[in-house]
Design a protein around this ligand. Structure first.
Ligand SMILES: Cc1ncc(C[n+]2csc(CCOP(=O)(O)OP(=O)(O)O)c2C)c(N)n1
Length: 388
């Protein structure tokens, strides 16, 4: 832990050695852990291990030319799986582009993420069904989308009714670098003045490509919303239980009508920003080693072993990971180019004359060039009934 980290309060429920211990000031958060059963803990571990295996396989597939780009989330599994499981089944999630872990907690098919980074769809999952909205590459836009959605929930009377099955909230994910975007500040302001049912979940992974977090802020990021009226808290982003408990509490409060809040999950991007960069060019190996010793999956394994979970479980999870990797690899190799139509399908929800005209023009152009070999690779993807 660096000197600056030491002075900043941070919710941690699991020590690096995997011991569950609760400082008295965080006792309220620990209540949410007491409600969990062993199968919930095992699910957290399975999901973290699954998403890391998926991530490593996707990186290898990109290196082998199967995708244009991959965005690894290695190191951020606890922040994503812990918070993702704390979001209610009807709440809405507005991610950036690295939230593969959150995606699986809401039933998103992993192959649709692969397809997006291969460039054969625009994100093939249905946000209406999964409540997990499409990835946003333009930094900070999703934070405004989330705030607008949360304002809508207020206008529709879906907040603070006291009916737990009816009340809804929104969570949005963004990085430390994105806090420098005006969109994020604007979202804080609208959220505060409209008292939206919303959690701002910032994964501070210490880097925005090659820019260190110190170049984005001179105060701890969890304080960023304060001046707007959005209180914040810092959580150990490598502690899956703390991430779960803090997110659960803040989403419950948001649904109950207590307004927006911010969570800064203090974590680390252990891999590259994307497969397009080489972090060894801009960061020190010792920094990586220090964070590796805080690996969120290793820490949770230590916790589980102390609860009596044995080798058999960990071997089973590893075998499931190998199986998943094989399936992802085979499915990726089997992908085909999309049809021309698929590019136009999701522009409008209803057929639109301009889009229909553009499609006709492109088809004519392709025909004049000898035709297009594309096959309907969007099979299984969502079709919103747009122009064909
Ligand atoms: C508006 C905008 N500006 C710049 C970029 C280029 N860009 C892509 S990712 C990135 C860094 C983002 O860092 P952070 O918000 O900390 O998220 P992380 O990638 O670390 O998860 C930048 C500058 C972009 N996508 N959108």
């Amino acid at each position: 832990m660096t000197a600056s980290e030491k002075d900043i309060p941070m919710v941690q429920l699991l020590s690096p050695e995997g011991d569950f211990s609760v400082p008295s000031e965080y006792a309220g958060y620990a209540e949410f852990i007491k409600e969990l059963r062993e199968e919930d803990f095992l699910k957290f571990y399975r999901d973290m291990a699954r998403i890391r295996r998926f991530d490593n396989e996707a990186t290898a597939l990109q290196r082998q030319g199967q995708m244009g780009l991959w965005v690894p989330a290695v190191g951020q599994e606890a922040a994503q799986i812990g918070s993702g499981h704390a979001v209610g089944p009807n709440d809405h999630i507005f991610p950036s582009y690295r939230e593969h872990g959150v995606a699986i907690t809401h039933g998103v098919d992993l192959m649709s993420i692969i397809k997006m980074f291969r460039g054969v769809n625009h994100g093939g999952w249905n946000p209406e069904e999964t409540r997990f909205h499409l990835y946003a590459i333009v930094l900070g836009t999703q934070v405004l989308h989330a705030t607008g959605y949360a304002m809508g929930l207020n206008f529709d009377g879906k907040v603070g009714t006291g009916n737990k099955d009816e009340d809804l909230a929104v969570i949005t994910y963004f990085g430390d670098g994105s806090t420098a975007e005006g969109d994020v500040s604007e979202a804080f302001l609208f959220a505060a003045t409209h008292k939206t049912p919303q959690v701002f979940f910032c994964q501070n992974n210490q880097w925005a490509i090659s820019s260190q977090v110190e170049s984005q802020t001179t105060v701890p990021l969890y304080l960023r919303g304060d001046g707007f009226g959005v209180p914040g808290i810092r959580v150990d982003g490598n502690d899956v239980l703390a991430c779960y408990a803090v997110t659960k509490k803040h989403m419950d409060d948001a649904r109950a009508g207590l307004g927006p809040s911010m969570i800064e999950a203090f974590t680390y991007r252990m891999g590259a920003h994307t497969t397009s960069d080489d972090p060894s060019k801009y960061r020190d190996e010792t920094e990586y080693e220090m964070w590796k010793s805080r690996d969120p999956i290793t820490r949770f394994e230590k916790f589980l072993r102390k609860q009596g979970i044995g080798d058999e479980f960990f071997a089973e999870v590893e075998a499931a990971g190998d199986q998943l990797a094989t399936e992802i690899r085979e499915a990726t190799f089997a992908l085909q180019e999309p049809s021309i139509e698929s590019m136009f399908n999701h522009v409008y929800s209803e057929p639109h004359p301009l889009i229909t005209e553009q499609l006709a023009w492109l088809k004519g152009y392709e025909a004049s060039m000898g035709g297009h070999e594309g096959a309907p690779a969007t099979e299984g993807d969502v079709n919103y009934g747009g122009a064909r």
